[in-house]
Design a protein around this ligand. Structure first.
Ligand code: GYE
Length: 340
């Protein structure tokens, strides 16, 4: 009997050993008791990852151009903030051409930058390069204008609510032309998030008795805004009560044309966008009746978010800037405090 039990124990242990080859590879239990250090070894791999600082961050900013004072201030904000924080900024100027922005992004991807911040000149056509950034594990923050690409293609958007800016502009035009009238629109770059959003918001909030008789692009520049306004003045002589102008630089050009046509400040009610010093000066001189603010100083926010992305911290998918509307009555007082 005893022999039989002993035999069965031996047999059972042989079977168990045979069934559990892994057991021989796992000396964890004895090691744990004799050598506590051994159990701590694997834990070491879970130690906190390196926390990156601004000095570790290389940020690519393929700027879209230098078309306006807004843009100049935006570029300065990125360059100055990078310098102050010690961020390495890879900056380029695409001269308002999408293909230049795309090739600048590709260069940044090849260089292996940590984060790309993209201010897209137009909304469409970014899918391929956003996918390339994604494949290279480089997060992209869309800055200023929006893109039409799916939200899964980029990390976040930081910028202005362009539709809201258009709505605010319309409310001002409604106040300026309480009995209605005929207006023209000098629009921003065709297909840009800023122009599309402002045009949409404006139409949503404009009173029914105000008719937009024409709309043309001036590409956000003074140089292109002037001839477009000249053509409007010729074509609709004596009929234009108001103008919605998508940025202050085009307003500067338009006012040159209006002056040259012999009209006086206030003959055509103008609502502009940006709130640059140039826009403030136009309000002081009586040419512009309301200026909807659009804030270009996005460098600090973007770099803070870029560092969070580098450290794998959670971020907001959409950050919209808080903005106001400026008027002629206190423009002279505020002008010296304007940063752009
Ligand atoms: O209003 C204009 C600039 O995208 C918000 O671009 C920006 C616009 C701004 O050229 O002045």
């Amino acid at each position: 009997m005893f022999k039989k039990i002993a035999f069965l124990i031996v047999l059972a242990s042989m079977i168990l050993t045979a069934c559990q080859p892994a057991a021989t590879e796992a000396p964890a239990v004895p090691a744990a008791t004799d050598a506590p250090a051994a159990t701590e070894a694997p834990v070491a791999t879970e130690a906190p990852a390196k926390v990156y600082t601004y000095a570790d961050l290389t940020l690519c900013y393929p700027q879209l151009g230098a078309e306006s004072d807004w843009r100049t201030a935006n570029t300065a904000s990125f360059k100055e903030t990078a310098e102050q924080l010690g961020v390495t900024l890879v900056f380029s100027d695409a001269q308002q051409k999408q293909e230049n922005q795309i090739s600048a992004m590709r260069t940044c991807i090849q260089q292996g930058v940590n984060v790309i911040a993209l201010p897209p000149v137009v909304e469409d056509g970014w899918d391929a390069v956003l996918q390339e950034a994604k494949d290279a594990n480089i997060p992209v923050i869309i800055v200023d204008r929006s893109v039409s690409a799916d939200k899964s293609m980029y990390a976040a958007h930081i910028g202005s609510d362009m539709v809201l800016e258009g709505q605010k502009a319309a409310l001002e035009m409604n106040k300026l032309l309480p009995d209605g009238g005929k207006i023209i629109e000098l629009s921003g770059t065709t297909g840009s998030g800023a122009a599309v959003g402002r045009a949409q918001g404006f139409r949503e909030a404009l009173n029914a008795n105000i008719e937009i008789i024409d709309s043309q692009t001036g590409n956000f520049t003074t140089a292109e805004g002037k001839p477009v306004m000249e053509a409007f003045l010729k074509k609709y002589e004596g009929q234009i009560d108001g103008a919605f102008i998508h940025n202050d630089n085009m307003a500067i050009g338009a006012v040159e044309a209006i002056k040259a046509a012999g009209l006086k400040p206030g003959d055509i009610k103008i609502v502009s966008v940006d709130g640059t010093r140039g826009g403030f000066q136009l309000m002081i001189d009586g040419w512009v009746q309301a200026d909807v603010e659009c804030n270009p100083l996005l460098g600090p926010q973007v770099m803070e978010m870029a560092l969070k992305l580098m450290n794998g911290e959670p971020i907001e998918a959409e950050t919209l800037t808080n903005e106001t509307v400026y008027y002629p009555d206190n423009a002279a007082e505020l002008l010296p405090t304007r940063q752009y």
